[in-house]
Design a protein around this ligand. Structure first.
Ligand code: ZN
Length: 279
């Protein structure tokens, strides 16, 4: 007798013989690869309500369902990789009514002078948009990051906040570039353009974080000095400023605040710097 016997009363008699660990008799069976594909970006998101600190309107926005998403790695510059979703696309919270936007980390109550700066310089001209109802494209994400940056500039935010927006914008551009897979001449051109833009944002991020290390107390965009110095060193290497980068990495290696993981990463970076200098 099958362990599934007794289902015929429910009209499922033909399923009584299914084997628990053998899926060959399943009608319309899909391969494990196809099954993977049925996981959708939207499954990792949920609509959350926010109240705008500038115009007080309530609006909904898709944010990461953190209990579902799984991080699987990081780029050197800390850009996270998750299964099935590029989480960076969802990190800007933007009021669709008045145009106030900020990274999730910074979204919250604002002092009156800041609200006034945004009303005068942004809201007065901003055209209302729709709340994003589902997944957002890289193009939409890029616009949201640009609006967040404009907001940060207008309300004279700290260097670290502006630098962090620039860094994350460079990640969006990288994600966009990685999505282009066919190597047609047209795609190659598009990739080169995206890389140029990515570099521009990276450069702005590097300059902002260096300024922030000079005139802000940690945490710098949520990072302690060790994490910030490592990140700045990674960015300096991108622009071939190896001596400055090496100095910061040596500082990380010598710091008693650095974790074993941070020291490991610093050693990898030192290796890269040595490699680059020996060429
Ligand atoms: Zn608003």
């Amino acid at each position: 007798m099958s362990i599934l016997s007794g289902l015929s009363n429910l009209g499922l008699g033909d399923l009584e013989d299914l084997k628990v660990y053998d899926d060959n008799n399943i009608k319309g069976k899909v391969s494990p690869e196809e099954k993977e594909k049925t996981v959708d970006e939207i499954d990792f998101l949920l609509a959350k309500e926010y109240e705008c600190p500038v115009c007080n309107a309530k609006f909904k926005q898709m944010v990461l369902r953190s209990n579902k998403a799984r991080m699987i790695g990081q780029d050197m510059d800390l850009r996270p990789h998750y299964y099935y979703i590029d989480v960076t696309k969802y990190d800007v919270i933007m009021c669709p009514h008045c145009g106030y936007a900020a990274l999730l980390r910074y979204f919250g109550p604002l002092p009156k002078p800041h609200r006034e700066l945004i009303k005068t310089n942004i809201s007065s001209k901003f055209k209302e948009t729709e709340e994003p109802k589902g997944i957002i494209s890289y193009e939409e994400a890029l616009v949201r990051y640009k609006i967040a940056l404009v907001n940060a500039i207008v309300r004279q935010a700290k260097n670290s906040e502006k630098a962090y927006i620039c860094l994350k914008t460079s990640w969006v551009l990288r994600g966009m570039r990685e999505m282009i897979d066919q190597n047609t001449p047209e795609n190659e051109k598009k990739k080169a353009e995206l890389l140029l833009q990515e570099k521009e944002y990276q450069k702005n991020a590097m300059e902002g974080f260096i300024a922030a290390r000079g005139n802000e107390l940690p945490p710098i965009a949520g990072m302690n000095e060790v994490a910030a110095d490592y990140l700045i060193a990674v960015l300096l290497v991108q622009f071939e400023r190896y001596a400055d980068a090496a100095k910061l990495v040596q500082g990380v290696l010598g710091s008693n605040k650095a974790t074993a993981n941070q020291k490991d990463k610093a050693r990898v970076l030192i290796g890269e710097i040595k490699n680059a200098l020996s060429k």
